[in-house]
Structures are given as C-alpha cells and as structure tokens.
Ligand binder design. Structure first.
Ligand SMILES: [Zn+2]
Length: 360
C-alpha cells in the first residue's frame, strides 16, 4: 500500500508537491548574503539596480549599474556575468561581491556616483582630499584599471611630492619653524611611498623619502594604519633606503652648521653684525645641535638657518643682524638646499627620470 511507504522512497515525480510558500520563506544564499550585510548609509540608493557586497566587513551598496559600467570596464565585465535570476538577485537587483573593504569602496563610489562636490575639482589652495581618500581611490583605480581617475589623483599628489625645490618651497614654506614636536612628519609618508610603488610613479619618491628623515626610525618601522584597518609597512629595501640615507643627511646637516658658523665668523659688516651672528650661533639652545650628535636620529637638514636668524629673540641689546647679512644667510642656505635637492635620487638609490640636476 502506498500509504505504508516512506515518502523519500517514492520517485521524484510521485512526491507530494512542496508548499511554494515554504520555499519563499527560506532565503537563497544571495538574499541571505545581502540580509546579513550591513547596509551602507550613504550608498543604499532605493532606486539603485545593482547591489555590491564587500567581502571584508560585509557591507551592501545599492547603486546604479549603467552609471558604474560606463565608467569602469572591469565593473561592466563583472555586471555582464551577473544575472537577475531570482535565485541570484535581491529585490530584483543582481548582486556582485567585491573583495574590498567598505571604507575603500565608499571613497571610490563618492567619485563615481558623486553626491557632493567632485573630489578633485577644488578651488586653488582649497583643502586636499584626505590621504585615506587618495589611498583608497588610487588603490581601487589601479585594481579596476580606472586609468583617468588614477591619473587625476596622482596629478594632485605630484603637486605635493614635486620634483623641483621651488615647487616644494611654494608648498611648504622654507621659513617653517625649527624642529619641534609639532613639525615632525607622521608616518603617512609610508603610504605615499606605497602608492608610488604600486603605480610606478617614481617622481613621488624623493620628497616622500626626504620627509621620512624627520621621523624616528621606530615610528617608521611601526608602519601606517589605513582607514580600512590594515597596517602598511615599507618593503625591506625601502626601509633600508631610509636608514642608509641618514648618514648623508647627517653629513649635510653638519656641513650646513659648519658653513653657518664660518659665515658668522667671516662676515664683514660695518654695522657690527659679526659678533651678533657669533652670539647667535653660540646661543642657540635648540634641538638643532642635539640632533647633530645622533647620525640615526631625526634630521635637521629641513630646518632653516635663515628662519632661526630672523626669529632668534636673544640678540645682545635686542639688535638683530642687518638685512644684508641675513640675505647672505639666505643665499648660502639656498645654495646648500639646491645641492642636497639635486642629490636626492642618488641618496636614496632610485632612478627618477627628469629630476632636475644642479644648476651649473
Ligand atoms: Zn650686517
């Protein structure tokens, strides 16, 4: 009798029909994926027609398929292989998984699906995007081969990590304060070096390596914490470059200090600036001299003797050197810095096509 048989023993076409509502109650893996992911607050667009889910800290972004596909060929390819079949979609939207961090993808979408001002269109001297934005956009543009966007971001970075001393001085005043805790660059140079290596943009490297000279080696070895939680470390070779170059910068600092002392001693000025400058050299109670004692310590080659001469506030009787003598300090400083600048690629053992040579 059929009633005595176990249902599993019946051939499939004889099995009772499963209640269709029971099937609907059990979500498909894709639906579960989207339901379990966090919905991105900024990019869950109600009328979006594709859903991107990050594999890291699963987060779902509902955006516009054609808008992304037209700008990013790699996305177009991915979307073409996704289907709108009910079993592979969520609320009628195809679902695509991306092996990215949500923080990074959000920065990319802010450019591709702009909801505010375009990121790289800024007023002259307007604030730059943050380094986290640069990093995410350059890394994802590189990964998804969005060449024009990568180039836009690198062009802005090249303004900051430039190849001429004049451009560098326009960016950072040569009259920056002397070494103090407030002017020690943080480890973000590690990220700049990483982005330069990733995109083979060697012109960023000399200034980035140059600015690591202000950092304690311990900090340099700790690495840079990205917004997405990963810690970036310099490669062994690049870390070695930072260490090896310290002796060159230390020698350059010693040279500049000796030349300053010599200039003070040899200046001939009828206004009596020689004893004033000698007093200045002997009276400086700054990190300048302390740093010179440690070849692997922080470098002082970016500190400005002319800034110190102009801002020193302990001159005898409060009388500073005359403008002509200060101009001599400035001229010597410019000469020293130009020599050092021209040697940067050599100091760091990197080849940088087009790096300006020392004027002859
Ligand atoms: Zn003078």
């Amino acid at each position: 009798m059929a009633d005595s048989h176990c249902q599993d023993c019946l051939p499939p076409n004889k099995r009772p029909r499963v209640n269709p509502e029971a099937v609907d109650a059990s979500p498909t893996p894709v639906v579960r994926l989207v339901q379990d992911a966090e919905r991105d607050e900024e990019f869950w667009l109600e009328d979006g027609n594709i859903i991107l889910v990050t594999t890291l800290r699963p987060t779902a972004f509902r955006v516009y398929k054609a808008l992304l596909a037209r700008q990013v060929e790699a996305f177009a390819d991915m979307f073409a292989s996704s289907t709108a079949q009910e079993s592979e979609s969520y609320q009628g939207c195809p679902v695509v998984q991306l092996a990215d961090a949500p923080e990074d993808l959000r920065h990319l979408l802010r450019v591709l699906v702009p909801t505010t001002d375009p990121l790289f269109c800024r007023a002259k001297d307007g604030p730059l995007p943050t380094l986290h934005q640069f990093s995410a956009i350059i890394r994802l543009s590189h990964k998804y081969r969005i060449e024009r966007l990568q180039e836009q971001a690198l062009t802005v970075l090249k303004d900051q990590y430039c190849n001429t001393l004049n451009a560098y001085d326009r960016r950072v005043s040569v009259y920056a304060p002397p070494v103090s805790e407030s002017c020690i660059p943080t480890t973000h140079m590690i990220e700049i070096i990483e982005l330069a290596r990733l995109t083979d943009t060697t012109s960023l490297l000399p200034v980035a390596f140059y600015e690591t000279q202000g950092m304690l080696l311990e900090l340099l070895m700790d690495g840079w914490l990205r917004e997405n939680g990963t810690v970036v470390h310099l490669s062994r070779g690049d870390l070695q470059r930072c260490v090896n170059s310290r002796a060159d910068f230390h020698n350059a600092s010693l040279d500049r200090t000796l030349r300053m002392v010599r200039l003070a001693d040899t200046v001939t000025c009828e206004l009596g600036c020689r004893p004033t400058l000698i007093h200045f050299c002997g009276g400086l109670d700054s990190d300048m001299y302390l740093c010179l004692e440690d070849p692997l310590g922080r470098d002082t080659s970016q500190c400005s003797w002319s800034w110190l001469v102009e801002n020193y506030d302990c001159y005898p009787d409060g009388i500073a050197p005359c403008e002509t003598c200060i101009a001599k300090v400035r001229a010597q400083e410019k000469e020293d810095r130009e020599k050092l600048w021209a040697r940067l690629p050599w100091i760091f053992s990197i080849e940088v096509p087009g790096w300006p040579a020392l004027p002859t």
